[in-house]
Write a protein that binds this ligand. Sequence first.
Ligand code: C5P
Length: 407
Amino acid sequence: MSEDESRCEAASHQKTVLLGVTGCIAAYKSCEIVRLLQKAGVRVKVVMTEHATEFVGPLTFRSLTHEPVGVGLFDNPSDPIHHISLAQEADLFLIAPCTANVIAKLANGLADDLLTTTALATTAPLVIAPAMNVNMYENGATRYNIGKLHIRGARIIETGDGYLACGDVGKGRLADVEDIVSAVLDELGLSRDLAGKRVMVTAGPTVEPIDPVRYISNHSSGKTGYAIARAAALRGADVTLVSGPVSIAPPEAVRTVRVRTALEMFEAAQEAFGAADIAVFAAAVADVRPKQAAPRKLKKGEADAALGAIELVENPDILATLASSKKRQVVVGFAAETDDVVANAEKKLSTKHADLVVANQVGEGKAFGTDDNQVWFVDDEGVEELPRMSKERLADAILDKALEFVR
Ligand code: C5P
């Protein structure tokens, strides 16, 4: 049975998500939401506002879902009360992206098109993923309307921070589609292949202070570790992400413990490791730290506090230390190497007490900060070379492999 089929079977009957798409530039991301929900075994039907059709044509959603797409209240002559049948069919109504205008209508019970009429008519749980300009998002009217919907039981998926299509920077970006889908699957209570499993992931760099303005660190973006944490949550795991400082948003439905230094990461990882079924050490931990962080900015050429005389001490090897006392935990380590990638990974398998080492080449713009990667899986059975793939797909591949070791 394929992975997709077994996930489908996990649902006792196929759930139907009604996906509402409103008029926003992020409407194209709804196509990916459809695909991810379908991958999780969910049937998707789409209802759009007139404005949404300016951004993505109904034909796109009809082709993706193999279902009719509703737009106008009176478009479907064979079903004169289309909004009621749609409302009854839905196990969950997700509106993503949801504009300020539609949020305002929903908050006040307005029903002047198929989407808002269906929202009023359904008793299914409502999940709303807003997307809009930062000022519209922060406007008191929108905050008030979102608050009203929240109090009435709707699940609001917080927007992300960053560059907006209008050129502004701030809140208002549609949340990551994986997080939206994760919230929907969670709301539907769908059992998935990592349900009941605890997964711990370390991610990102560590930062070792030299003085109040300088530090030792590395180029890790945290993307791989974050993708693994998100994928594990999407597959039903209870996930703890121990993260060094990164500029990406933490995944929804994941317990994120933010740390800065290797010693802080060690402490947080130690706490999560005991209960973990799968522990993935994706962080790029700084190997050394200044023995003592100077309380004031070090000056060039000062005899007592010269920059050139910083005394370094080794950081603990978090992976090797925790894995040496592993019991049922499946331990996944990483080997980021510039040379002899596989040979180095083979050594790490035993020195780090790992069940699996994911080896990849770094340097010359490879791996760090990129959106894809090419890796080798190294375990006691041998070496498997994987094709280049996105970090999201790689995350699933690592979890699939880790599941083979679950004792
Ligand atoms: O020895 P090296 O740094 O190449 O090992 C990489 C692997 O060990 C990664 O999985 C990394 O997260 C982990 N590691 C660690 N603590 C350290 C150094 C590396 O957990 N101090």
